[in-house]
Design a protein around this ligand. Sequence first.
Ligand code: G16
Length: 560
Amino acid sequence: AMNDEQQSLLLSSSSRFSPPQGVKLSYGTAGFRADASLLPSALYRVGILAALRSLKTGSIIGLMITASHNKVSDNGVKIADPNGGMLSQHWEPFADALANALSPKHFLLLINEFVAKEGILMDGVSQAEVLLGRDTRPSGDALLEAARQGVTSVVGAVATDMGVLTTPQLHWMVRARNKGMQASEQDYFEQLSSSFRCLEDLIPAEKRKFDGLNNKVIVDGSNGVGGVKLKVLGSLLSALVIEVRNSSEDGGVLNDGVGADYVQKEKVAPHGFGSKDVGIRCASLDGDADRLVYFIVPPESSGRIDLVDGDKILSLFAVFIREQLSFLNENEGVTNSHQARLGVVQTAYANGASTNYLKQLGLEVNFTPTGVKYLHEKAAEFDIGIYFEANGHGTVLFSESFVGWLEAKTKEISSGSNGSEGKKAALRLLAVSKLINQAVGDALSGLLLVEVILQYMGWSVHRWNELYHDLPSRQLKVKVADRNAVITANAETVVVSPPGLQEAINAETGKYHKGRCFVRPSGTEDVVRVYAEASTQEAADTLANSVAKLVDQFLGLGSS
Ligand code: G16
């Protein structure tokens, strides 16, 4: 339990951050998110929680201040656990309760109870450290200060300000520090660029040179933190030219007509892209650079784009990794000793055509609810687990035992069969495990992996996009009185409450050839999301619109 010194430190610091009246914050898909003016007290309290988590685990914890794809006036917080992933889900109810406790008495009681339940020693002897990062939002500075005061209200805890970062950079740093590795921003750039070069060097000589058209990618930085960081990363690479637009230095507004969320949901070109870019490989990051989508501006597009989304990035990674695993298996001396299990993870938003394609490749496809925390957990069950949400959030996870096996193999075959395909495949997979950010989806490392795989395959973005043809789809948002009245099951594919809604959706969906439709409450915005797929765009649009009307009928604002 807490001693008197600790108790009074918490009481005095909490008096500087009173929670907003009449607002209930909830720990959603990826932490708290709200208008920035409502958040100082929540950030202070999450600072305390992060320090407690650090005490409990004896490891470094990360606290990232960002509202990712949301508008610039919003802000929020994501927490990185010791392995760099999202905060363990069994701490979420405590986060919820703590953020919403109104009286100082209740606030202290919650901490006392939780600390006792978790057996956390607040003895002043145990040490804790929390790394703080923030994106480019103007409210970030003040919220970082609130978080810092929260962390340092726990005796023995220190807060280290890592400055303006992408979310995946902070997660990477937490993971690296806890593995005892160097973890500065420079180390991050160094690891990504050197493993990229390593993969380039392993490309067969005849394919090695990017041809004139293929050495350039143009990236929309969403007017956020990712563009600036990508410029730094790009300057360390020679074979690839990365042109960044909508970097936060251009004066544009964060996530306003730009960014991966906008591009993927609206399927239109972001601000600053148009007819001059026809046919060129383009990509888009979101506000904190943990999502990545590609797109192509078709000729005479009038704004429309061909979207190359997270599902297609997953498919590209799967094709490449599967090929390397088969090289390993075919190669004598590398067989049988280890059967690597490769699995992929998607959500209900995955385009049906992508799921078909992956199954045709013979892959095990798993589904979870929306939210990196769920996909990541599932992917970690495999030797190589690839997960992606259609919106561009995803990464590749390698089990420690498989990485250990690869390391041993590359040494074992280094003497005799130098340069064998089996050895090269092992080296490639090892380089991928270093290039890809295994803490969390990372648009920067994802972009480099896409680029080097395209080069390896000798594929243009068009060839890649032709892997399969997306079924037409439509996404809509519906404002309702209480979005949490929608309760879903089966990885969000079925509504169980309010009663009758799912039956009505089924009846509507049944009218369409290849129709598929689901609704779910967003965990980052105050809306219910509707997703519809059908054999034509018109049909997908009509299905989405009719289901949006149903949602409104069942849960409407009550005014009409
Ligand atoms: C967060 C989560 C993602 C999720 C997205 C949208 O992304 O990390 O897993 O897909 O929210 O969630 P929802 O549909 O519940 O609003 P980000 O990039 O906004 O942090």
